[in-house]
Design a binder for this molecule. Sequence first.
Ligand code: PEP
Ligand code: MG
Length: 931
Amino acid sequence: MTKKEYVFAFEQGDGENKKLLGGKGANLCQMTQIGLPVPPGFVISTEACLAYLNQKKEGLAPDLMNQIREAMAQLEEKNRKGFGDANNPLLVSVRSGAAISMPGMMDTILNLGLNNETVKGLIKQTGNERFVYDAYRRLIQLFGSVGLGINTDSFDSIFEDIKRKHKAKDDVSLDAAALAEICDLFLGLEKKETGRPFPQDPYVQLELAVEAVFRSWMGKRAQDYRKEFDISPDMANGTAVNICTMVFGNMGDDSATGVAFTRDPGSGENRLYGEYLINAQGEDVVAGIRTPRPIRALRRQMPEIYKELENLRHTLEDYYREVQDFEFTIEKGKLYCLQTRNAKMNASAFIKTSIDMVNEGLVSEQEAILRIQPDMLAQMLHPRLDPNAKEKILAQGLPASPGAASGKVVFDADRAETKAKLGEKVILVREETKPEDIHGFFAAQGILTSRGGKTSHAAVVARSMGKPCVSGCEAIEINNLTREAIISGKSFREGDLVTIDGSTGNIYAGEVATIEPEFVEDLLVLLEWADDISELKVKANADTPEAAAKSKKYGAVGIGLCRTERMFNQPKRLPIVQEMILADTVKERKAALDRLLPFQRADFKEIFKIMGGMPVTIRLLDPPIHEFLPSAEELVDEINHLRELRKTVEGMADLPPILKLLDPELHDKYTTHLEMITRGLEELKSKHLDEPLIEAREIMLRKVRALSEINPMLGHRGVRLGITYPEIYTMQIQAILEAAAEHLKEGGQVRPEIMVPQVCTLEELKWVHGYVARIHREVEKRFNIKVPFKFGTMIEVVRACMRAGRLAELAEFFSFGTNDLTQATFSFSREDAENKFLPLYKDHGILQHNPFEVLDIKGVGRLMMITNEWARKTRPTIEIGICGEQGGHPDAIRFCHHIQMSYVSCSPLRVPIARLAAAHAKLKEKDYSLV
Ligand code: PEP
Ligand code: MG
């Protein structure tokens, strides 16, 4: 059996194989192989790490240790030094490096090979006692903390004591004797803590260090990081270990260490960017012990080296064709490059560098598109907290709708509206929100709720409006009577300032500075390139003219879902909707609907105008109608309250005669006031407390009770409602077709699409199609104009998937409502699942994602594939889209591209993300496979 190769010299390792060598190791190999000044070294592969973690015992396997010894022998030869040679010692660094960069998550040990003997030899060799003791104390500390698990604070406090003793301001002011004293104290500490002396044998040091790095892969820090960033084993499995010859930036004033970027990672500007420290080691820059100097200062301090750095930056970029973040060290006037990796940058820097790199001929448009992760664009589309702000987090809820906002706390929608009219910025704070709060949403900068999940009313509405929302923050107790909220023990009254960050769920007291979003020219260019590549179209879910305008601005090619019920929720309309619901006869209901018709028609017309001939898919009424009424509990409270008030007012009416009897003088003194109060109370009583008025609330209560359903999401809603109350759907159809006709008459263009929700059988579709055909004939006749339209259905019920072939006989388009379809496929009620068991399912790995956020390709996706296949058999040209919330997610977009859907429809703010993701899907289609 040939033995497994675990160790690869930098000259020999395959730089393309990041999974085996880790990102850092692969890059070190590549840099060495293209002739960059990398100190000699070798990589121990991730396979060695996995083998070590599986062996479940201490010590490296003899075979691995032999390979390491062989590689060390070669290293000794290349450097003409000996590992542990007291006269001419070789020192090495041991660094972790996984396939995916996990900055600062795993461990590094420097200066291995120093011991009490080699220290003396190195002093003789370098003549620099201070440097040698500085290197030794670093080794003992890093080895002690990383390899032996001693708390770094114990080392730090010794270090600080000595600094104090020698009155040294900073590390550099400590002389050799002080550093030697520190080494002794560190060695003592290590012996005391572990019961064993610091290993003097360099190979023991090396073995323990490699083991420590391997183990750090399973350390809590690294595990949490992988969980947070969804790094799965097929992306990175185990860490490699890089053993590299030490070079020293701390050998005097002709030495330095630094970190640089090939372009400015903040602005994307094409210039060398970074910082350095003279006479220091790399960890000093990262740890922020001394303040480094900007790299431009090096131009004057070491002009030759600066030129070399400029060359290095160009070589790195030409080779990697990506902005690089690299570490360098200057040892006695010679430059070394110690590592390089793709730079992490903010979205605007990514976009600027993409455009620039295409213009410079460094990358193609396609490569420029692929280097930007679609989700990153969210940063540019919502206001976000100023990253320089340092405020403390007060509480945390669910990140329900991204973006950040500050404002004064208000506890109801009316107050939000009044205050907003006065020009104040407010945050609407509620236990949960209801449709009648909609005007509060319009008025507020953001929404904060103490109950409800990421798909609660507050979350969904806020997202559709692009407003920040934090939902379900249990650390909030709201007292609506006293108008006070206690957030993590701190009291907030109306008017107190609060800041919410809907991207993280964090809540802050007071105002935290935010940065406004900008839709920069470069992004427009990039998205145009993306559109040229992608096949999948991107439409928007938009319910109002404002949202339609935003969709168009962000490049949607139509509206894929206009939820008409959202138009019912405005303050002027809601009472009419309630009248319609409470009507006892068809005639009464029609009368109310007649009053709603002009509102809907005007909205549709405005939306058609804005979209200028693009398709607009309008969905007929979907939610159960009791959602437009107050809850039974609220009504009971209100009725009781009104009755109490009425009694009090009646009691007050007796006040003047009683006062006259008891104290005529007092009565005379206040006659005018008393009369005024009595008149006021009479008016109040007649306007609001009259028995018929209270009875009207009671009628409403009875109706609410009658309409109440055990399981409203599976109850009387969608097309079921449209068939039992035909006048509702006919009003909506009439509004759509009349708006279209009017707009056509005015010379505009329209492409309305009428969509029926919750359909499960062809008969339902036929029923509604009957209304449409009749009204269409009437409208065309009345307006004397041809009105084009399409008729289609939502697919959000499992039976609809199974009957797709039949439904396609009548439906010209399908739109997957994956919010409902996910509920139906899993038989999970969305709200209950998100609030009760989904977090646990995710933690235990039972489900990898929340299927209401990330499309469940294996289950819901399968249903979609079957549906498409059967629908296309009946109607090969059928247009098929998705309008559930998952539709804006890049993974769902990739899947939708793969199954040749026509479009995705998502909230306006996600449109740019979806456009980029659609281009990615096309460019990466060859690597796609369904697992
Ligand atoms: C859906 O179910 O995916 C959908 C878009 O409809 P709604 O969210 O309005 O139920
Ligand atoms: Mg639905």
